[in-house]
Design a protein around this ligand. Structure first.
Ligand SMILES: Nc1ncnc2c1ncn2[C@@H]1O[C@H](COP(=O)(O)OP(=O)(O)OP(=O)(O)O)[C@@H](O)[C@H]1O
Length: 238
């Protein structure tokens, strides 16, 4: 089942065309990574799915319904994990999660919050420590747990790997794949070609507001993807 769909979407900011007639789908149990240079339109795509922006042309569809039909219902089905998960530094992981889950309309017991944090990859012992002492990788996991608490069907991740060391990035990717296996639809924006290939099922390469290429991550070698990406960025492919 297709969870996230952009149908012929064009988005303009004044005279600037950020997205041009773009089509994209992410299905249940699928990870799609979007690669592209700065300004290619990747975050604009995420913000359209979050309902923060409206397309000028075309339709954003979530779980078969245009977002414009019922924005609240659409938002309930998606969760967002930003580049920096900045929560309350004096509160523990468990306390932050219970607070943000409640904002999203769900009351969690300490036990339930701990289970979600462990599911997101955090060590159970760390869950009770103050978040001010967490590494970026640990904070990102609390971000995942908040998304899990929301029981959203689709996860939107905007550069969640930036600043993570290779081990933490590997670990984060592994957990995203577990969520994919549990049926979530995942759209992840990244600049990391290597990780995109490791984590994604499909990789979309964006350039100047268009999806110029979509590749099956399993079918492409790392070097070939690097080359393909560079060739698109240099304008050697159309
Ligand atoms: N609110 C806005 N007002 C005006 N222009 C905007 C706005 N948001 C984005 N843009 C422009 O739209 C284009 C696409 O921006 P977007 O942030 O989607 O790119 P991106 O691919 O996510 O880039 P990056 O890799 O730098 O995050 C850019 O040229 C940007 O300057």
């Amino acid at each position: 089942m297709i969870l996230l769909e952009a149908r012929n979407v064009t988005k303009r900011f004044g005279p600037h065309i950020a997205l041009k007639n773009l089509n994209l789908t992410v299905s249940q149990g699928e990870i799609v990574c979007l690669l592209g240079a700065n300004g290619a339109g990747k975050s604009t795509m995420v913000n359209l799915f979050l309902g923060f922006l409206k397309p000028d042309e075309g339709t954003i569809v979530i779980a078969g319904r245009p977002v414009s039909d019922d924005l609240r219902a659409a938002r309930a089905r998606v969760a967002y994990i930003p580049d920096q998960v900045n929560l309350f530094p004096l509160l523990s992981g468990v306390e932050n999660l219970t607070y943000f889950a409640e904002l999203a309309g769900r009351r969690l017991t300490v036990g339930e919050a701990t289970v979600l944090l462990v599911e997101a990859g955090l060590n159970g012992e760390d869950a009770t420590k103050r978040m001010g002492d967490y590494s970026k990788g640990m904070r990102q996991k609390v971000g995942i747990a908040i998304a899990l608490a929301k029981q959203a069907d689709a996860l939107l991740l905007d550069e969640p790997l930036s600043g993570l060391d290779p081990l933490a990035a590997n670990d984060f990717g592994a957990h995203i794949r577990l969520l994919r296996d549990a049926g979530k639809a995942v759209l992840m924006v990244t600049h990391d070609v290597f990780r995109a290939r490791e984590i994604a099922d499909r990789i979309g390469i964006m350039k100047a507001g268009q999806l110029v290429e979509t590749v099956d991550a399993r079918a492409v070698e790392s070097n070939a993807l690097d080359r393909l990406y560079a060739d698109h960025m240099r304008g050697e492919l159309r």
